[in-house]
Design a protein around this ligand. Structure first.
Ligand code: C2E
Ligand code: MG
Ligand code: MG
Ligand code: MG
Length: 286
């Protein structure tokens, strides 16, 4: 009887669901289907050394196209993948796919190339996550030092003890850790000295509005914090030469943004990387 009443309640709530809830559920269903049908992609965006302007690695970014070929923004579907729990399986796949590509780059002769992969809070709650990362690196025979995991401050604040343990275990294995969108989360700074971190990614909201003196001060403070704690910094969302120069002047080591390259499929990345290298050969020859 209780069950009947419950399902009765459930049925009662469906018509009252607002349009927004229904469209969210629809997106989740489609995402699940397209993931199963292997229709998701991983694209790669260059990360460069600000001094030499050479590509030193990439960030792996999920891409999802609807039936008409239009891209659905990860800003829309990643939160829904997290909400539904789908991100755990999708995230494992992104990791496997990215490390597979990293291996291909190693075989092309890029043995110091870095692959940065975004990891969500939910993946850290999966007790098998750390072993999975190690397993993927092992089966491809890729040096763990080439893999970087990007976490947000929300991961750090989630369950600090468990997260610190997982990060430490990954770090001991050789994987590096970056804090994504640094400066935008709601968290205390004290975690920075408790976590085994390698890099701070300076959020693009600071980088793309450096003419606002306050943003420039914040960017400078992040760079100084990094320098004093032995962490490297990378500027996100660099679109203009001026921003690249300003970030370099502030002491930032690396950058990522449309100025240097947009996210692209692996086949294009391969060309991108090879083209840079042929330039170098030409320069050295002449
Ligand atoms: P994020 O990790 O901070 O990734 C950087 C975002 O900035 C990407 O957006 C990238 O395309 C964009 N971007 C890079 N350079 C520029 C620039 O010069 N100008 C501007 N306007 N934007 C730039 P994207 O690909 O739409 O991804 C959005 C967010 O979705 C990511 O932010 C990340 O939080 C999440 N995401 C993407 N792929 C994954 C994934 O595989 N796993 C998880 N958990 N989250 C992901
Ligand atoms: Mg990221
Ligand atoms: Mg970011
Ligand atoms: Mg972001």
């Amino acid at each position: 009887v209780a069950k009947k009443a419950k399902s009765g309640n459930y049925a009662f709530y469906i018509p009252s669901m607002d349009g927004e809830t229904q469209s969210r559920l629809k997106i989740i269903r489609n995402l699940q289907q397209d993931f199963k049908r292997e229709k998701l992609q991983v694209w790669y965006q260059p990360q460069i050394n600000l001094v030499t302007r050479e590509i030193i690695g990439v960030e792996a970014l999920l891409r999802w196209q609807d039936d008409k070929g239009a891209f659905i923004s990860p800003e829309v579907f990643v939160p829904l993948a997290e909400y539904s729990g789908l991100i755990v399986d999708i995230g494992k796949w992104v990791l496997a796919e990215s490390v597979r590509r990293l291996k291909m780059l190693c075989l092309l002769g890029y043995e110091n190339f870095r692959m940065a992969v975004n990891v969500s809070v939910l993946q850290f709650r999966d007790s098998e996550f750390v072993d999975y990362v190690k397993y993927i690196l092992d089966i491809h025979g890729v040096p763990p030092s080439l893999l970087e995991l990007e976490i947000t401050e929300s991961v750090v604040m989630d369950e600090p003890e468990i997260v610190i343990q997982s990060l430490q275990s990954l770090k001991d294995f050789g994987v590096s850790i970056a804090i994504d969108d640094f400066g935008t989360g709601f968290s205390s700074l004290s975690y920075i000295q408790k976590m085994p971190l390698d890099r701070l990614k300076i959020d693009r909201s600071f980088v793309n509005d450096l003419d606002n003196g306050k943003n420039a001060f914040i960017a400078q403070a992040i760079v100084n914090l990094g320098l004093q704690l032995g962490l490297t910094t990378i500027a996100e969302g660099v679109e203009h030469e001026e921003q690249a120069e300003q970030m370099l002047a502030l002491g930032t080591d690396e950058a990522q943004g449309y100025l240097f390259g947009k996210p692209m499929p692996y086949t294009e990345l391969r060309k991108f990387v090879l083209a840079q290298n042929s330039d170098k050969v030409v320069q050295e020859d002449t």
